[in-house]
Write a protein that binds this ligand. Structure first.
Ligand code: DCP
Length: 364
């Protein structure tokens, strides 16, 4: 195994699996290892709990589940997870990480686009979605569908994990340098600081004024494992610009919007979208997410790819305007260039996307 610092590539993830650092009773699914991440699979049982929690030092997740459990559900034949309820599911993958290798987890983009709130918890964990270096033990997924009831089963993949050694996030100067060389966002006025800023497109000029979607309430169930199965209009209300370039976010609603800028992740890098500024608390990109090496890369048929924004207002109705900054893409070095890039024959769902709902909907 190479000792290079940075995000682990698909090859290095497979190597960790062979070396016993990632343990799973069942072999990986064919497309489970992505260019710079591994999808995590649900195990056989979901525990419905009264409240979300972090175990903290000296406590295991199972111990907390025993205290907070309402009932348990077998996922073997599939089960519907209800809106607003909190479930904890032990995952099929376990870890025995070498010292110096840590990991972070994040909902898959498809999960975020369905407003299914998910976070990974570890034994003795003090933070969500954070796996400390050298962690040995099980992984658990907290799941809470916020908008649509979700049909899941053993093996469903709702979240993903990224491994890294050291910290290879780029500094301000390195972001500026990489942007000058590779163009990270296609915008003449790009703001490049600790990451590149992304703003909202509320004109939809290239889509006949379609600016996004607002979720409907009281819908049918979404089967998380079925692609292109659902009619958009049964679940979403399309939103059109009426010449103002503005939108009032209702705090009780969930929105899918799109970035104004096309984005680019060069092959030797991975990126993560984070809220623009935690102090701008009125609205946020809800789940943000991992961006793969090669996303938006012309050499992987990605030129022009936009970032999809899952947006919620916090407490009050909040007016957002075309071009308003909403998120930040922070770049990190890969430990090595992945053999395959996002979009290059990997069955990737979102390469080259503009405004795009999750893969579960029939796209017109
Ligand atoms: N808020 C976000 C998060 C991610 N992405 C893009 C960049 C990612 O490289 C791509 C795929 O992300 P995931 O791997 O998280 O998504 P899925 O696993 O659901 O899709 P795929 O099967 O295509 O990998 O989507 C996006 O446009 N907007």
């Amino acid at each position: 195994m190479t000792s290079a610092t940075g995000i682990y590539s698909a090859r290095m993830i497979n190597q960790m699996h062979q070396d016993g650092a990632i343990i799973s009773a069942q072999p990986f699914d064919a497309d489970q290892v992505q260019p710079a991440s591994l999808d995590l699979r649900l195990g056989t049982i979901a525990y419905r709990v009264r409240a979300s929690f972090l175990p903290g030092p000296k406590t295991s997740v199972m111990k907390r589940i025993e205290d907070l459990k309402l009932h348990q559900i077998n996922l073997g034949d599939g089960a519907v997870l209800e809106r607003g309820c909190v479930y904890i599911v032990p995952l099929m993958e376990e870890l025995a990480l070498p010292e110096g290798v840590s990991a972070t987890t994040n909902p898959k983009s498809s999960t975020g686009r369905l407003d299914i709130f998910t976070r990974v918890i570890t034994d003795e964990g003090r933070a969500f979605d954070t796996v400390p270096a050298g962690y040995k033990g099980k992984l658990y997924l907290e799941i809470s569908p916020r908008t649509f009831p979700a049909l899941v089963r053993q093996g469903s993949r709702l979240s993903q994990i990224r491994f890294r050694s050291g910290d290879s996030r780029l500094s301000v100067a390195e972001h500026k340098e990489l942007h000058a060389k590779e163009t990270l966002v296609f915008d003449d006025d790009a703001i490049v600081e600790q990451g590149v800023s992304l703003s909202i497109d509320l004109l939809g000029s290239d889509r006949g004024g379609l600016i996004g979607y607002r979720s409907k309430r009281h819908t049918a169930v979404v089967d998380v494992d079925k692609k292109a199965a659902l009619d958009i209009l049964d679940f979403w209300e399309p939103l059109h610009d009426r010449g103002t370039g503005e939108l009032i976010l209702d705090p009780d609603e969930f929105y899918i919007l799109v970035s104004r800028e096309a984005v680019h992740v060069p092959p030797d890098y991975a990126a993560e979208m984070v809220p623009f500024d935690p102090l701008v608390g009125e609205f946020r990109v809800h789940y943000a997410g991992f961006f793969d090496p090669g996303f938006g890369h012309a050499g992987a048929a990605g030129a022009g790819s936009r970032a999809v924004l899952e947006v919620r207002s916090r407490e009050v109705p909040f007016l957002v305007e075309h071009g308003q900054t909403i998120g930040r893409l922070v770049y990190e070095r890969m430990a090595e260039r992945p053999d395959n890039l996002y979009g290059a024959d990997l069955g990737s769902n979102y390469q080259g996307q503009h405004l795009k709902l999750s893969k579960h909907f029939k796209q017109n």
